[in-house]
Every structure is written in C-alpha cells, then in structure tokens.
Design a binder for this molecule. Structure first.
Ligand code: AMP
Ligand code: GLY
Length: 415
C-alpha cells in the first residue's frame, strides 16, 4: 500500500512510525512532515499543504489510503473532496468535523442527543453576552466558537475577567472571526481525561485512555500549552468512569452521528471531566490528540492499518483492538520560553539507543542533523509494566537527548 499522511507534528510522526510497522505498507508520503518523518522507515516528506494539490498528488501517485492527522484540513473538507474523486481517506467529512470546528455546533449537538455536558449559552452579540455575565456564578468558562490555536478558552474567576474576555474575543476580534460567536458555560471541577476513539459511523471503539498535562510548569501551574506530556492509560479512568462515559457520552454521540447522517469514518476524541457529580464531556476533537497519540499508539498492539481499514469498511463491530499491557509515559521536551517567545535553530543530539523512543514534533532535518524549529520540539517515550516504571524509563530516556534551552516538566505521570 501507498499511504499519504497529512500533517507535521509529533502526532503525525507517531502515526507514520506505527503505520510503517504494518507489512501491508510499502511507502508513506508525509505532507509536509517534519525532521522525524524525514528519517522514519518507509517515509518520504513532500512539501504540500494545499488540499487541492494533495488531491492531485494522491491521484498521480496512486495513493491507496490517505490518513489525515490534524483537524484543520478535515474542517475544510479534505475528506469530502477526496471521496468525491473516489479516493480512500480516513477522517470525517466536514459536517462531522464541525464537532470540533464549532463549539456552539458541538454544544447544540450534545444537547440535542442528551450527551452529559456543562450547561451553556451561545452569544453573537457582545452586549447581550456581557449582560448575561452579570447574573452568572463564578468561575465561568468562555469559549470562542471557532478554531483559535488552542487559545480560545478562558476560565474567568470574576465578572471583570469575563467582561474583559468578551471584549477581547468579540469586540477586539482577537481571533479574526473565530471569537465573534462565543459559548459561555458552567465551570466544572474535576480531573480531565482524553479518550481517543475510532468510529465507522455505526460503532465507536475507545482506545486506551490518556492523561494530558496541559500547563507549562510542574504541579499544573502556569499558562496552558498544547500538552507537555501524557500518561496512558489514565489512572483516573476507572471501570466506573468508563461505564459512565459509555452510557452518558459515547452511546449518545454515536446515536447523534447516525441520526445526523454524518459520513464519519475517523477518530473521535472525547475530552472528558471526571467530577463528583459524574463524568461530563468537555469537547470533541475529530483527530488524535497531540501528545496523547505518542503514548496511546506506543501501546497499540494491533496493526493500525488493519484498524483504519476496518473503520473504512464499516467492520468495527467485528474488530477487536489489542493493547500492550502496562503503561506509557511521554515527556515533551520544549524550547525554553514556550508557550511564549522562544529561540529556534539549536542542534539536537539523541543517543542512538533511544531513537525508537523519540517522536519529533518541532524539528527540521538539515544535512543529516536535527535542529529545533518549534515550541514543542519532541516527545521522549518510556514504556513499563506499570505507571512508575513507564515514568522512570521516560525520564531515563530524556537524559539521552540534549539541545540548548531544553525545557521539560519533571512531574509527567505523577498521580
Ligand atoms: P476545550 O477546548 O473545550 O477542551 O477547553 C480547553 C480546556 O479548558 C479544557 O481542557 C479544560 O481544561 C478547560 N475547560 C473547558 N471547558 C471547561 C469547563 N466547562 N469547566 C472547566 N474547565 C473547562
Ligand atoms: N493534547 C490535546 C489535544 O490534542 O487537543
């Protein structure tokens, strides 16, 4: 098989690595890829990001399967376009991708199908929003409707914070349109979990659960980032939580996908909050998480190509996904300064013995050497028979990587 994989992050390096393990796969083109996929077995980076050009490439190169990593091309309709030309592509059509692309759309979907979620209101008028805020209890959560590069959610402790947020999002138009509509929702207190899942539109199979660490500093302090490390499985996702998730969130979501007739053969990733009042859905994503993927796919025993093909052929009800026993911890090594300003262009050295435990996110390959090019530079993975061993192995491996201004959290996987 010839595969086209769209994306350029740590998630895509991990997907490429996992796909390459399949005997069915002969070649993987990664568009545009990164310094990690440049070296990965069977992989070749191609410098294309435009959807129409990707379509031309897929046709000219007789691509058997296209796998879409990030949400943006899905929301823009890459799947619809590829399907219209008879190509096999893994990822939801744009209507289904709106579950991630629009917070108001996804909240309305949750309400319509009785998915357990925080109470909310939607506003398109800043004065009405500010007026509403006067009667709210605090803290309250304000979310920009559209994609805002991970910066569109504010937890407001006071009325003043909330008013400032509305001005920032709606009046000053910080997100260039994406904040012109806002969702204002009830604040939920609890622990978060990421449940990546696969669906063929008839069945949803959850992957192993994962625990992201979103803040930049140890102890969950400081500003939010894209994710500083992940433990899988998530120790807070007990059998009981999983039951609540299935009966109050997953089954309702599947019913909605069917009822709305979304052509949804792809990943649905549930961001959940486990609270004293039960398990709530915070959000849907329509792609794998980054850096959740690095830990979750590291534990997947099954052939990922088989799993994806089962979804495309609507055979998930007959499919069992096998997982390795134990746990996986990945620690993100970032450029000092991230998520604020940071320098790039530093050479990265990685000991040969841990090459298989490293997934590159923001680094480029030049003359056979890796250089930092992003805030989150790479993930170092450790696997173990339990959480502690996975953690220890991950941090042992971290010692075998170095670059100038390297920063990482010391408490990933500590629970
Ligand atoms: P979202 O993009 O909706 O997942 O929001 C980003 C982050 O904001 C989540 O991962 C949570 O940490 C936090 N968050 C979102 N909604 C809520 C809520 N209703 N209550 C508390 N925290 C929330
Ligand atoms: N790590 C969170 C996400 O991918 O959305």
């Amino acid at each position: 098989m010839k595969i086209l994989l769209v994306g350029s992050g740590g998630r895509e390096h991990t997907i490429a690595w996992k796909l390459a393990k399949s005997e069915k796969v002969e070649k993987i083109y990664v568009a545009p890829g990164n310094g990690g996929t440049a070296l990965e077995d069977k992989c070749e980076n191609i410098a294309i990001t435009d959807i129409d050009q990707l379509l031309v490439f897929a046709k000219e190169n007789k691509i058997d399967l296209t796998v879409v990593g990030p949400e943006e091309p899905l929301i823009k309709g890459i799947t619809d376009k590829f399907k219209a030309e008879g190509l096999r592509v893994f990822g939801p059509c744009s209507k289904g991708a709106a579950l991630e692309g629009s917070k108001s759309f996804s909240k309305e979907f949750m309400k319509k199908y009785n998915v357990k979620t925080a109470a909310y209101e939607v506003f398109t008028d800043s004065e009405k929003a500010i007026n509403y805020l006067k009667s709210c209890e605090y803290p309250i959560v304000i979310k920009a409707d559209g994609l805002a590069a991970g910066k569109g959610v504010n937890i407001c402790e006071t009325y003043k914070d909330a008013e400032d947020t509305i001005v920032d999002f709606m009046v000053n138009d910080r997100f260039k349109g994406a904040g012109q509509k806002v969702v204002i929702e009830e604040f939920l207190e609890g622990v978060e979990a990421s449940i990546l899942s696969i669906t063929d539109g008839h069945t949803i199979i959850p992957f192993l659960s994962a625990k992201d660490h979103k803040q930049i500093f140890d102890g969950g302090k400081g500003p939010n980032t894209g994710g500083m490390g992940v433990l899988a499985p998530n120790p807070f996702v007990t059998e009981e939580v999983l039951e609540q998730f299935k009966s109050n969130i997953m089954d309702q979501t599947l019913a909605g996908i069917k009822e709305e007739k979304f052509d949804f053969k792809g990943i649905i990733f549930f961001g959940i909050m486990i609270t004293k009042k039960g398990t709530y859905l915070l959000e849907y994503n329509v792609r794998m998480g980054d850096p959740e993927t690095q830990s979750v796919l590291s534990l997947m025993e099954s052939d990922l190509v088989d799993v994806i093909e089962a979804a495309l052929d609507e055979k998930l009800s007959e499919t069992e996904i096998k997982w390795k026993k134990g746990a996986c911890c990945n620690v993100v090594l970032a450029s000092g300064g991230y998520p604020g300003d940071f320098e790039k262009g530093f050479e990265i050295t990685i000991d040969e013995e841990i090459k298989n435990n490293v997934f590159i996110a923001g680094a480029i390959m030049k003359d056979g050497k890796l250089y930092t090019s992003g805030g989150r530079v790479l993930s170092v993975v450790g696997i173990g028979s339990d959480i502690n061993e996975a953690r220890e192995n991950a941090y042992k491996n971290v010692e075998k990587v170095s670059f100038e201004k390297m920063y990482f959290r010391k408490d990933i996987g500590l629970v």
